[in-house]
Design a protein around this ligand. Structure first.
Ligand code: 8IG
Length: 260
């Protein structure tokens, strides 16, 4: 149970009795989190038990502990382990389980993703209302029957809407990746009821619900899904959309932390 060891190491290292919440910063979100709260301390994730170095350059791999304006202790995970890295689901959800073991009661999972609604231009944040897990994998072991009826907390979505009433909501579809979808797969995701396509978050949400955490999921649409946009997907497009959206995302995260 290395998440218990990681939690203990985290609390000892930063000399706090517990954390209150965690925030996982996905593609396009790191910059938006830069000024949040008062820094308690910072470390490389690889310095804590059970965390591996991320394989994708620019995907971060650090942890910053902050005290929010309301006095809460929040752990900001900059970067995550993805399922497509091929190490199984354990490393993917290690941060979530560590946060729960360190006392967190809620987690904000963010990501960068493709959008299926042409009205959501790149740079649009979307609240995750529900998900479809197409990885064929689960972080749960054995006969662990976890209810996912309201996996993405209606209470936390309501708080997010207080900060930004214009936030749309959508269903997030996780593909295994690392390749982006074909246009036919994007069409399939839409027929299945999806609004967003990405390569993270659903396995983390499952582990978070198992651990009893309240979950808020927020996607940043950085590109239109393949075949919806007339141009091929480019990684530079993803980076630019994240940069342009930074002020809005910062306002959103800041407003949320004031209410959590
Ligand atoms: I950023 O269009 C980002 N991540 N699966 N599809 C999938 N993942 C993504 C996409 C996308 N954009």
């Amino acid at each position: 149970m290395s998440h218990h060891q990681a939690a203990q190491a985290l609390l000892t290292r930063f000399n706090v009795p517990a954390i209150d919440l965690a925030l996982v910063l996905g593609s396009g979100w790191a910059g938006a989190s830069a000024g949040l709260g008062e820094t308690i301390g910072e470390c490389e994730l690889a310095d804590l038990p059970g965390f591996a170095k991320p394989v994708v350059a620019g995907h971060g791999g650090s942890l910053r502990l902050i005290r929010t304006a309301t006095g809460k202790v929040a752990a900001l995970f900059n970067g995550r382990t993805h399922f497509y890295e091929g190490r199984g689901t354990g490393p993917v959800v290690h941060g979530v389980r560590t946060a729960a073991a360190a006392g967190a009661g809620m987690i904000v999972l963010t990501n960068g993703c493709g959008g299926l609604n042409p009205e959501w231009s790149p740079g649009t944040p979307v609240l995750i209302r529900d998900h479809i897990n197409l990885t064929g994998a689960t972080p749960l072991e054995g006969a662990t029957f976890i209810d996912l009826t309201q996996a993405y907390s209606p209470r936390l979505r309501e708080l997010a809407h207080q900060v930004d009433p214009t936030l749309p909501e959508g269903v997030y579809v996780q593909f295994r990746g690392p390749q982006y979808e074909t246009p036919a797969e994007v069409k399939m995701a839409k027929i299945l009821g999806g609004d967003l396509v990405g390569m993270s978050t659903t396995l983390e949400t499952i582990a978070a619900r198992e651990a009893g955490l309240e979950v808020l999921g927020i996607s940043l649409v950085t590109n239109l899904g393949a075949g919806i946009s007339p141009t091929p997907l480019e990684h530079s497009e993803v980076i630019e959309a994240g940069k342009a959206a930074e002020p809005r995302l910062r306002g959103l995260l800041g407003g949320l932390l004031e209410r959590l």
